[in-house]
Design a protein around this ligand. Structure first.
Ligand SMILES: Nc1ncnc2c1ncn2[C@@H]1O[C@H](COP(=O)(O)OP(=O)(O)OP(=O)(O)O)[C@@H](O)[C@H]1O
Ligand SMILES: [Mg+2]
Length: 224
């Protein structure tokens, strides 16, 4: 499903190119559950942004179901993001002025599809799945950290994407809430969704079928 070859990413700070990914080769099959570990600053989020078509590498190729997405147009990449990829950001990125329900409903505005889909029912079903059916009118500022986390996961899952990318989805949560969130990922995985999850927690990573570790922008370990 995913094939990365020689992915290089650098950021430019005051004219200097700072390498953050230094040649990543990785294959992920359809329906796989992969975890990415590694120290802070090792490039985990940068890699996830490339996988999510939110950023482009400076070198290398990324094939998603055979499509060279690095060289696809912005329009094509937006369409992929809207219809096939769910992204859980490390900082949630919920819209403060919208209610929980409206935040989760948002991806429908960007996706292709006919207008008579049962959107509200689907939005409500995924909100129930993450256990927030009694919070739908709350704004993000009126939610706890774990509730915002679960809202972000519901938003990523609402379109039934074939790929869910999650950046520290259990970060800063108590172990019970973290366990509940992992159960959700197992539920998505059981339906055939491909999941790639960044975590700093070895116990959380052990839930994945395949684990990689990044260090200084390179994959230093791989276990399946
Ligand atoms: N937009 C940016 N501009 C310049 N440098 C950046 C930018 N984003 C990230 N970096 C740098 O790239 C490196 C990798 O960042 P990245 O966010 O991928 O790390 P990470 O592994 O996700 O870390 P963490 O565990 O702290 O989230 C870091 O050194 C960071 O300072
Ligand atoms: Mg990060």
């Amino acid at each position: 499903m995913i094939k990365l070859s020689g992915i290089v990413k650098e950021y430019h700070i005051a004219g200097d190119a700072i390498p953050v990914l230094r040649g990543i080769d990785l294959s992920v099959g359809r329906g796989d559950f992969l975890s990415i570990m590694g120290p802070s600053g090792s490039g985990k989020s940068s890699l996830l942004y490339i996988l999510g078509c939110l950023d482009r590498p400076v070198r290398g190729t990324y094939l998603l179901d055979g499509v060279d997405v690095c060289h696809a147009s912005d329009e094509e990449r937006s369409r992929l993001r809207a219809n096939q990829i769910g992204f859980v950001f490390q900082t949630f990125n919920l819209i403060p002025s919208l209610s929980l329900f409206e935040n989760v409903e948002l991806p429908f505005l960007y996706a292709d599809g006919d207008d008579d889909r049962p959107v509200k029912e689907r939005v409500m079903a995924v909100i129930e799945q993450v256990g927030l059916g009694d919070r739908i009118k709350h704004r993000p500022s009126e939610l706890s950290g774990g509730e915002m986390q679960r809202t972000a996961i519901a938003r990523a899952a609402v379109m039934n994407p074939k790929l869910i990318l999650a950046d520290e989805p259990t970060g800063n949560l108590d172990s019970e809430t973290g366990r509940r969130i992992l159960e959700l990922f197992h539920e998505f995985h059981a339906k055939g969704t491909t999941i790639i999850m960044v975590t700093h927690d070895r116990a959380v990573a052990s839930h994945a079928d395949t684990r990689i570790t990044l260090k200084d922008g390179k994959i230093v370990s791989f276990s399946a």
